[in-house]
Design a protein around this ligand. Structure first.
Ligand code: TYM
Length: 330
């Protein structure tokens, strides 16, 4: 039987966070034996915010290195740059013409990001979900593993695929979001009511995958908690502790009850040190591999060129079918 197809991606913006790692990367790695996986570096998506060109190039390589350092095997999964597979921009445009303004206006990420970048609410920021739909539909993906914040975009993708299929006959597979039950929304350490984000400007709010063990320890020790001193999962009233428990639970494969038991009678200080150590231990092999990869840009180039070839073969077929159906000579 043919393996089911997975597509997902991460934007080429800044250093990745523990949220990206737990909500996305860790699952990418888990799925690569069972599925036919396409993992993309979304560098075209990164253009919705003004970027320094050299930084964007470097960030693209950083994401690629992070993929491999996390355990994605380029011989098993297709890793590629969105910009090298031109079909993404093309299908993105076609889908723009099948997406309603009303649908895009309802996207919470658009609302959040336009509030954050009020001086640059560009058309790309608005139509971003259609480009993302194109990313997914080009590969006839069955599943799209992401964190909670991307679910709405995957749901829009389904609507667009269904709309197109209804008009022109079976063209796209209808993809399903794949959101992990735990860890789909890792929160900031200083502001545990908001998701941990690459773009956070609050000091010590975000753990980056490239942080040193000392930095990780310091940030976790400073994490906002509450005053009752009991390690207990209660998202509503104890968001800081609950977030740390979720992180710890995923990294040590323990349930919330087990963690509550483990730290019964202990203060937050002991718990925080255990959380920080779990993160440090998890990221140790990542650090080593990541540094090796970043020192070898030639190898990274080989990987993305090879990935682009494989991805293009699939993407070209889907785009050709779309163009034929809608009357575009290609
Ligand atoms: P991006 O780059 O913002 O995030 C990459 C992945 O990390 C997840 N994530 C989190 N998960 C848990 N807790 C958090 N605090 C957290 N922060 C981020 C995101 O849900 C995502 O899975 N539009 C996408 C990139 C993209 C894409 C695609 C994804 C472009 N095309 C096609 C899937 C399929 C984005 O901006 O993700």
């Amino acid at each position: 039987m043919e393996k089911k197809v997975i597509l997902s991606g991460i934007q080429a913006t800044g250093d990745l966070t523990l949220g990206n790692y737990i909500g996305a990367l860790k699952n990418f790695v888990k799925m690569q034996d069972e599925y036919n996986c396409y993992y993309m570096i979304a560098n075209l998506h990164a253009l919705t915010v003004r970027r320094d060109p050299d930084e964007l190039k470097n960030n693209t390589l950083k994401i690629l290195a992070s993929y491999i350092a996390s355990g994605i095997d380029p011989d098993k999964s297709t890793i590629f740059l969105q910009s090298q597979v031109h079909e993404h921009a093309e299908l993105g445009w076609v889908l723009d013409c099948y997406t309603y303004m009303g649908e895009l206006s309802r996207m919470t990420q658009f609302k959040d990001k336009s509030a954050k970048h009020a001086d640059n609410i560009n058309a790309g920021l608005f139509t971003y979900p259609s480009l993302m739909a194109g990313d997914i539909l080009l590969y006839q993906a069955d599943l799209v593993p992401t964190g909670e914040d991307q679910k709405q975009h995957v749901e829009l993708t389904r609507d667009l695929a269904e709309r197109f299929n209804k008009l022109y006959g079976d063209t796209f597979k209808i993809p399903k979001p794949y959101i992990p039950k735990v860890g789909a929304r890792i929160m900031g350490l200083q502001d545990p009511k908001s998701k941990m984000s690459k773009s956070s400007t609050i000091p010590n709010d975000t753990i980056l995958l490239v942080d040193t063990p000392d930095e990780i320890m310091k940030k976790v020790k400073k994490a906002v908690t509450d005053s009752d001193g009991i390690v207990k999962y209660d998202e509503e009233n104890k968001p800081g502790i609950s977030n740390l428990m979720e992180i710890y639970g995923i990294l040590t494969k323990k349930t919330m009850e087990e963690i509550e038991k483990e730290f019964e009678g202990e203060g937050y200080g002991t718990f925080k040190v255990a959380v920080a150590n779990a993160i440090i231990k998890e990221l140790e092999p990542f650090h080593k591999k990541y540094n090796e990869l970043m020192a070898n840009p030639q190898y990274l180039e080989e990987i993305y060129n090879k990935g682009a070839k494989k991805a293009t073969e699939v993407a070209r077929k889907t785009l050709k079918d779309v163009y034929d159906k809608i009357g575009i000579i290609s």
